[in-house]
Design a protein around this ligand. Structure first.
Ligand code: F1P
Length: 347
């Protein structure tokens, strides 16, 4: 199957159009969620998900902590099912925000029912309003226009991300998400899709390493998962500075190290990437800004100006999704039938 024939590829390329719709509808879609948080004044927000949705929970927990100054953290749904005593501690007023593209993943539905039975408030974001999660939750943000046929999650992740960050920014009093991110992602796809394809075709990459800190750790985790799901490749993720503490022993010309650069530590993170280049690693940097980075001698540099760190991370993830398509084609894999996977995990 060629890349352009696959549904997965078409849905990845549809993101500029879908993001525009999602952003236009955000104010209405998030209104009851935002009002609820204003009224209830929670001490803690626990983001819950499985697979890709768990990695979205990781980024959102960081962003809600940072923007709303509320204690927020992420847990996989199975932890709520089998180890809840560790998460339901203390008297803090808790909101559980459950994330699921399908809304029918068994662990997330069971977690919703268990939390409700313990009288916790459960909110949710999903791409299917007619789902068991939407039925079980007290309030749901449903963005059906971002739903997809592909087994792997692509535009559903990015659209749920945009919607939930929009809500956090509205609660914090300054929304930065607007059509600029739509224009930027279109431009980046136009300019870099071919360069990403060349990077893959001109090198024999066997291992993919993704580095991301703060709100970008969840995004880097999702990039790692995309490489596993779409291309059956060795793929790993680390907080950037953790990579020196052992894992860099694997760096070679067959390893591509991709950095989702944080604004707060960009110089130090780029210095680390330069060291990996010194160890013959291949390097790809995704960064907000427009500085000259030639000193860091990367194999590919993707910079976007005028957007937040998270927004640039999301655009970088779209490039990783496209990279997954070209590697799958290179390996003769069927993008729309990823090995051993189903669109919804039902136990
Ligand atoms: C979560 C998920 C996906 C994965 C696969 C199976 O689904 O783990 O992340 O790619 O499709 O399901 P959901 O709960 O978000 O629907």
């Amino acid at each position: 199957m060629t890349v352009s024939e696959s549904i997965t590829y078409k849905e990845i390329k549809s993101q500029p159009k879908v993001w525009k719709k999602v952003i236009d509808q955000c104010p209405d879609k998030i209104e009851s969620f935002v009002n609820h948080l204003k009224q209830e004044n929670y001490d803690e927000i626990i983001f819950v998900g499985c697979g890709t949705s768990y990695y979205l929970a990781q980024s959102l927990a960081f962003i809600y902590s940072e923007k709303l100054k509320v204690r927020a953290f992420a847990v996989p749904a199975s932890e709520i099912l089998f180890h809840d005593n560790a998460y339901l501690l203390g008297t803090a007023k808790k909101l559980f925000h459950l994330i699921s593209r399908s809304g029918d993943t068994s662990e997330i539905v069971s977690a919703a029912k268990k939390l409700k039975a313990k009288n916790y408030t459960v909110s949710a974001v999903t791409c299917r309003s007619a789902s068991s999660l939407a039925e079980a939750a007290d309030l749901t943000i449903a963005i059906n226009e971002a739903d997809e046929e592909s087994v792997v999650m692509t535009r559903s992740f990015t659209s749920m991300f945009i919607t939930m960050v929009y809500a956090a920014e509205q609660l914090a009093g300054a929304v930065t998400i607007d059509k600029q991110i739509v224009e930027a992602v279109s431009n980046i796809i136009d300019v870099y899709e071919e360069r990403v394809m060349k990077l893959i075709n001109n090198n024999t990459i066997e291992t993919f390493v993704f580095l991301g800190s703060g709100s970008l750790y969840g995004v880097a985790n999702e990039a790692m998962l995309k490489m596993k799901e779409m291309t059956i490749s060795n793929s790993e993720v680390f907080h950037p500075f953790e990579y020196r503490h052992g894992p860099m022993s694997l760096v070679s010309e067959k390893v591509l190290v991709t950095l989702f650069t944080s604004i707060d530590a960009s110089q130090e993170e780029l210095q680390l990437l330069k060291e990996m280049k010194g160890l013959n690693g291949k390097t790809l940097v995704i960064k907000s800004g427009d500085k000259d980075l030639s000193d860091f001698n990367t194999d590919l540099t993707v910079q976007v100006n005028g957007l937040t760190n998270e927004q640039v991370g999301l655009i970088g993830l779209v490039l990783v999704q496209l990279m997954g398509c070209y590697i799958a084609e290179h390996k003769g894999l069927n993008l729309d039938k990823p090995r051993n996977l189903t669109q919804v995990v039902k136990l």
